[in-house]
Design a protein around this ligand. Structure first.
Ligand SMILES: [Zn+2]
Length: 454
């Protein structure tokens, strides 16, 4: 099956070019004027043709404390693909009384045959037993490139000390492992004295998890990564000082970082709303967004990702109004990702289109270890493509298709995803899946069986 995409402005090596894109089977076959026959012709006049987007940071179909997340693999990848996100990166988090392998097998079973987009897992080991470290060794050598670590959440059982992080940098760094680190210093958070604070006000969350905790953890993790020459990616940076520290030290090693739409376009005043608890996430929404947004506009962030973590409305709203620490932390965002990222540069559509191609595709593909098949429009690459009309009718954002609330109410977007191709197949048109009953997403990493782990 050959598809020819004509007359579009194609993102190519950091520029926009008027080119035709020829897709043959699952791959991009050629760029440039095409005269041959094609089975399907897509007219992309007035549209951008961009590489499929990648949300580098999502939580779906998983248990977090006593709660089960609202999104399944089916519902999350549906809203993803309808919005041009052709690869969903999410987490396998080891439970306290199971092996990492058990957790991985469970996630694969839930996603297999049910995912509309491609799926990639970041591994989150938590017990660090000799058996789990041995499993990790095999997985990391066998195509699982990324490993997630938390400098906080001791009580949830997912904390890793700085000593542990250094040990893992030394042990797994040489395998080419990409480390993802959640940076909030646990000791500093534990030292916060909550007595005398008004815990009935969600805004108090900003005092319980202060900016200083993120900044300190970023400084420590950056120092360790440089010392051990590890590839470290700091997730969901929310503070101006943390961002500046990363930008200053990034040239010295293999460092990168992401921020999220909520840290750009929502601020702590959302926590003061009557339903402000719905915007409780960690790190918290902050004040003073203008200088932070300005640096991101200038290209400071390597990746924009959502940290999509959709709790069911009933779970998020179920608290006594007295102690905000009862509210699970996290908010949806997946379906809003390209629309809110566009907003960063909305006064300059060409710049915005290139921002999507870089921060939502090229950079996350590279960090996920997918740089040889995804993230760019080049012959030989997977034909994951988005034909995007920047002048569609304004529509409200839809972060999730699951039973969760909208995190960006009142926001609208002019972006229309005219066509979305996943490995050469036309899977969504005008914002809707063409065949919702037949998911064709692939699990991009090898099965543990093929790595002889079971
Ligand atoms: Zn997260």
């Amino acid at each position: 099956m050959k598809t020819l995409i004509r007359n579009g402005r194609v993102a190519l090596d950091g520029t926009l070019q008027n080119l035709d894109v020829l897709v043959d089977g699952a791959r991009i076959a050629a760029l440039g004027p095409q005269s041959g026959e094609a089975d399907r012709v897509i007219d992309a006049a007035g549209c951008y043709v961009l590489p499929g987007f990648i949300d580098f940071h999502t939580h779906v179909d998983d248990e977090i404390g006593p709660y089960y997340l609202a999104d399944t693999y089916e519902s999350s990848t549906r809203v993803a693909l309808e919005n041009g996100i052709t690869t969903l990166c999410t987490f396998v988090t080891q439970g306290t009384d199971e092996s990492l392998l058990t957790a991985l097998l469970r996630a694969r079973a839930k996603a297999e045959g049910k995912s509309h987009s491609d799926v990639l897992w970041h591994l989150t080991p938590t017990t660090f037993s000799p058996e789990d470290l041995a499993t990790l060794q095999v997985l990391l050598a066998g195509g699982y490139r990324t490993l997630k670590l938390y400098t906080t959440y001791k009580s949830a059982g997912i904390f890793a000390s700085y000593e542990r992080i250094a040990e893992l940098f030394q042990r797994f760094g040489p395998l080419g492992t990409q480390f993802l680190v959640h940076c909030e210093d646990d000791a500093l958070i534990e030292a916060v004295d909550a007595s005398g604070m008004d815990l009935s006000q969600p805004l108090t969350h900003t005092l319980l998890r202060p900016e200083a905790a993120e900044i300190l953890a970023i400084q420590k993790v950056v120092a360790l990564a440089l010392q051990h020459q590890a590839s470290a990616h700091v997730v969901h940076v929310s503070t101006l000082e943390g961002l500046r520290h990363l930008v200053a030290h990034r040239p010295k090693g293999d460092l990168s970082f992401e921020t999220c739409p909520q840290y750009l376009f929502l601020d702590e005043t959302w926590l003061a709303r009557e339903d402000g608890h719905r915007w409780l996430c960690s790190p918290p929404l902050r004040g003073q967004r203008a200088p932070f947004l300005e640096l991101v506009r200038a290209g400071a962030a390597d990746i924009i990702a959502t940290d999509h973590c959709p709790f069911c409305s009933r779970d998020k709203d179920h608290w006594d109004g007295q102690d905000l620490r009862q509210v699970p932390n996290g908010m949806p965002g997946l379906g809003a990702l390209p629309h809110v990222t566009w907003k960063i540069w909305e006064d300059d559509p060409d710049r915005a289109a290139l921002g999507l191609a870089t921060q939502l595709s090229l950079n996350p593909a590279e960090r996920a270890g997918l740089g040889d098949c995804k993230g760019a429009i080049r012959p030989g690459m997977d034909a994951d493509l988005v034909v995007l009309d920047p002048q569609g009718p304004l529509r409200p954002l839809r972060s999730t298709a699951a039973d969760a609330y909208e995190a960006f109410p009142g926001f609208t977007s002019p972006l229309a995803m005219k066509q979305v191709l996943l490995r050469g197949e036309l899977r969504a048109q005008d914002g809707h899946l063409i065949d919702p009953a037949a998911p064709t997403g692939r699990l991009l990493q090898s099965s543990p069986a093929s790595l002889s782990l079971i």
